[in-house]
Design a protein around this ligand. Sequence first.
Ligand SMILES: Cc1ncc(C[n+]2csc(CCOP(=O)(O)OP(=O)(O)O)c2C)c(N)n1
Ligand SMILES: [Mg+2]
Length: 892
Amino acid sequence: MDRDTDTNVLGMDPQEVQEWVESFNQVVREEGQESAITLLDRLRGHAQSLGIALPFTANTPYLNTISFEKQAIFPGDQEIERRIKSLVRWNALAMVVRANRIDHSIGGHISTYASAATLFEVGFNHFFRGRTEEFEGDTVYFQGHASPGVYSRAFLEGRLSPKQLENFRRELREGGGLSSYPHPWLMPDFWEFPTVSMGLSPLMAIYQARFNRYLEDRGLKPATDAKVWAFLGDGETDEPESLGAITLASRENLDNLIFVVNCNLQRLDGPVRGNGKIVQELEAAFRGAGWNCIKVLWGSDWDPLFERDIDGLLAKRLGEMVDGEMQKITVESGAFVRQQVFGGDPRLLKMVEDLPDEALRTLRQGGHDPRKVYAAYKAAFEHKGSPTVILARTIKGYGLGESGEGRNITHQQKKLNEEELREFRSRFGIPISDEQLAETPFYLPPEDSREIQYIRARRQALGGYSPARKVRSQPIVADHDALFREFRSGSDGREVSTTMAFVGMLRQMLRDPEIGKLVVPIVPDEARTFGMESLFRQVGIYSSRGQLYEPVDVHTLLYYKEAKDGQILEEGITEAGSMASFIAAGSAYATHGINTIPFFIYYSMFGLQRISDFIWAAADMRCRGFMLGGTAGRTTLAGEGLQHQDGNSHILALPIPTMRAYDPAFAYEIAVIIQDGIRRMYKDGESIFYYITVMNEPYAMPAMPAGIENGILKGMYKFRASENGKSKLRAQLFGSGAILREALTAQEILAEKYGVSADVWSVTSYKSLYTDGIDTERWNLLHAGEKPRVPYVTECLADSDGVLVAASDYLKALPNLISRWTPRRLASLGTDGFGRSESRAALRDFFEVDARFIALATLYELFREGKIESAVVQKAVQDLEINLEKPNPLFS
Ligand SMILES: Cc1ncc(C[n+]2csc(CCOP(=O)(O)OP(=O)(O)O)c2C)c(N)n1
Ligand SMILES: [Mg+2]
């Protein structure tokens, strides 16, 4: 088919243009496509040498990428699949409508699935393979707001009961309900991936596909043709995370990855690009990034029109129409379509003169045509060398008629009146009578119906149901005591940081015969910051291409070694990407049945503060593993200043239910926490993960005192009791992380100068103490009359005397969390406010958390208790050289 451009525009003799086109046709015919490409390439180069700047475009015309001639034959029974799809549509609609009839505040979405139905159904019937013993299966990220459709299909498959459908968004009702969106935490046998915080799933899918390759390249799983599918909305692509890692996918040649963007041209409030063309915009972005891009814009009934479009006028017209206009023609009459699309040129009008208005009105979008969608999926499945994005045009609210289809309000639509239900029912041929409509019953065909038999046969052929989540990993066996032993015995006076100690443990774990292979070290371009460069050589940096160059430092011991079976994921400067790798590795126990143990270490300020939504998703996914907040502490990371000094993350760790957060001071504390963590997560199978802050301040690591493991894990233990038991002035000092040493110095100052005998506690986890406190309180609330339980922190302090003073490198709110369970008032010192570029000593003075301030706070508390005179405190201010005029760090 010839399609030269509009010759008038070129200002050339049409005859001459035609001759050029003819010559080109001849090359294609006689020499083949490759030669035609070479010829065009030569011409482009030649034009450049003549100084002609060709305009750049990464776009192709606004047409289906796969022409009718190249379209794969649809192998299914189209009629029966249409019936099944209609039933899924009906039950999905009924689910939302019924839930909102009972309680209109329950919400839910009808229109997203209505647009995505064909995109999902072709996948369910022909592509998404289940996970079996023999085959790992495909990994599918379903567009979150389309969940009613996924539930509805599972209902036809017999996997969900009518009761569960009835309780959509009513999870707390008897018998259980269905969660609004995909949440593995809430439906651990069903959903695998949370996708509803938009933008997370595309990025997670990319790193999942890459992690699958990593597992293969490292010999942890066999290479297969399993795919990762991610279904996203066109509006969703505005989220920076959605497109933020697409170059990684092409760089890594992830042909196991397929994105399907549901281009209904609408987001929540209105069109995605009313004045532009979202499909073209995405095509340019993805093609520019090196993706294979397949546009599925027009349904089969357009094919004859394109056949007639010899001079490319229709293609040109469709290319000109902005999305607002495109949306408009989906809601208007056939006469309007005729006028709007074809009316501008008599030649176009002629093309459709034999088509009645009704035929024009119902011309379908490509994303609603199973034949087109199938052909695109098949091409994507078979494509080699790069990831594929399918841009499928659909209509939001498809099938909802005048009330919702293509309308701007459709996203929020949750109810249909009887008339609208009747129309929907009739349009999709649902066997429900007019009388039953008011009730809006679910419809399940009998087991021996053709529909159910077809569904069963297809899913059986594809290896089982999808989505389905199943934990298939075997527990780890050994207790790994030996790996951590050396870290319990102290550093013999050698000054090391907790980061160095952790890296030492990591090195040991990497050598272990059982867990060594399973450890996945993840760093966002900060390995040297954390002293991990020795691992480059030990286990190598993962690169799917090996190392194609000789590194500049090849002659050094710790050279930059990239290898195809390298173990470290050196992710570059992307905490979000690194977290996505953590998520893939931390959920591999379910996705792949492999107990990979991620250790993700990063600048602590760029974790919970920057990528908390991913961390929330990790918790939802029941991820396991260790996150290490490196260079932690507002006053411990000297010099770096306001943006880097982290006094926040332990507060930000509080809301994440499955995250256990620790602020350890010593190597042995870390050893106990990690060893126990591996046991809990990988031996006992608990779905928790760890956040451990590690610092870069070097000091001698003490040997572990006896009998304190439990205290370390539960959140506090007495590290050093006062040596002067006789004093009447007593105090209990709580220190955490690097500030524990300030508390120890304060203990000495208080003993020597003020006769105060203080015990020092290491508080390893305020979060654990807090969780234990609120859990205990709740139990007591529900068990009045029984012997009340005692929170761990209360129990620890039961026999202690004296005032209580806590100091940490985080907000004062952190110690305050536990103050209601301490037997007496708790004074807190912390680092509220913006950091500064300064030395540790200056920072600890500025934030008032050094030994002097701990001593001062202790004396003040003793004064409050009436144990000493105010003059003693005032004298201490002078002795300790405390500047009373200094500004409050919180406000300065
Ligand atoms: C991060 C985030 N921001 C906002 C929302 C609220 N929200 C839900 S759906 C939606 C519009 C979705 O549009 P699109 O991605 O095009 O999906 P469609 O329903 O059109 O298929 C918005 C803004 C969300 N779920 N996540
Ligand atoms: Mg949309």
